[in-house]
Design a protein around this ligand. Structure first.
Ligand code: HH2
Length: 300
């Protein structure tokens, strides 16, 4: 237990306060310590690994590698949501991700699979193929059917904050107070989700680093991640290899931003973030293992 950013952070306390029994039943593990969500972009154009895993065989091999490396969840996406990305029609998106999910399940992979999509039809098809949860960067606002699909199936869902759409979101985003504005938007989106029949204890929230945010907005959100625990849901941080890390460190090539990504992940872990969405699972696991061993609560 410790104070960070003015908040008392304890993973055990967070687990109780966020009432995670349903979540635990769906995911098969507790969120009383930071868990790793390994990213596989089955796309030709993702900002850091576009084109590397866009064939089913390479995506499956990468997924299996990430699990060996220590991923607790896999996050599979068939549409890049980097700034300015082209909208991918749902049938094209499904043709990318569904065979990968099917092959992973056929091969006996039993870790939870998250489908990173804004489209209800893709979410439904992915869940039918063996996905466990939905990760929607639009926070259920892009496709009007998404909330109903998640409610009907009763799966966990990540509600992320984004200002605008990937096509336009970096066009001069503005906030009065970025932390309060993002917090209030997420609180509204959580209410809308529960009104649509989604159980509150199946919701994960995410302030959406890089989605309609300037460098200053991202840094301020990172600094105040612990504030988002007040929403009463587990918090996910997706900072891995993002542009703000490149800007802060002067590293242009996204795949070379691993050390900066580790710094961001540990900063999130220190604020009680329960899920870290990362490209570099082995590296993040090593950093977290050391951090947790030193920062453990045994000496209270
Ligand atoms: N970031 C990206 C995609 N999905 N989901 C959540 N919940 N949080 C995030 O921060 C997040 C996300 C963007 O990263 P990446 O998938 O690596 O790139 P691309 O969108 O270009 O495929």
């Amino acid at each position: 237990m410790k104070i960070c950013g003015g908040y008392l952070v304890s993973y055990a306390g967070l687990r109780q306060s966020a009432r995670m029994d349903k979540m635990q039943a769906s995911l098969g593990f507790t969120l009383d310590r930071p868990r790793l969500m390994g990213i596989i972009n089955v796309t030709p154009d993702s900002f850091s690994d576009g084109g590397l895993f866009d064939a089913p065989e390479t995506a499956v091999a990468q997924a299996q590698k990430l699990v060996r490396d220590g991923a607790d969840i896999l996050d599979l996406g068939g549409e890049s949501t980097r700034p300015g990305a082209r909208v991918v029609p749902p049938d094209e998106e499904q043709a990318r991700v569904i065979p990968v999910i099917e092959q992973l399940r056929a091969a006996g992979l039993d870790v939870p699979i998250s489908i990173d999509t804004r489209n209800a039809a893709t979410a439904r098809a992915a869940l039918a193929a063996g996905a466990t949860l939905v990760n929607d960067v639009s926070g259920l606002t892009y496709d009007r059917e998404m909330a109903a699909v998640v409610a009907e199936i009763g799966c966990p869902v990540v509600i992320m904050h984004a200002k605008g759409t990937p096509e336009t979101m970096q066009h001069n985003p503005q906030y009065e107070d970025v932390v309060a504005d993002v917090y209030e938007a997420l609180a509204r989106q959580i209410d809308q989700a529960t009104n649509a029949g989604i159980a509150r204890d199946l919701i994960v929230t995410d302030p959406g680093i890089g989605f309609g945010k300037t460098l200053e907005h991202n840094v301020t959100l990172m600094k105040h991640l612990a504030r988002f625990h007040d929403l009463g849901c587990p918090v996910l941080l997706g900072a891995s290899r993002k542009r703000f890390i490149g800007t802060l460190s002067g590293v242009e090539t996204a795949s070379e931003r691993v050390p900066g990504s580790l710094a961001a992940a540990l900063f999130g872990a220190a604020q009680g973030v329960q899920l870290l969405r990362v490209h570099d699972v082995a590296e993040t696991k090593q950093a977290l293992d050391v951090w947790m061993a030193i920062d453990g609560e045994d000496d209270e």
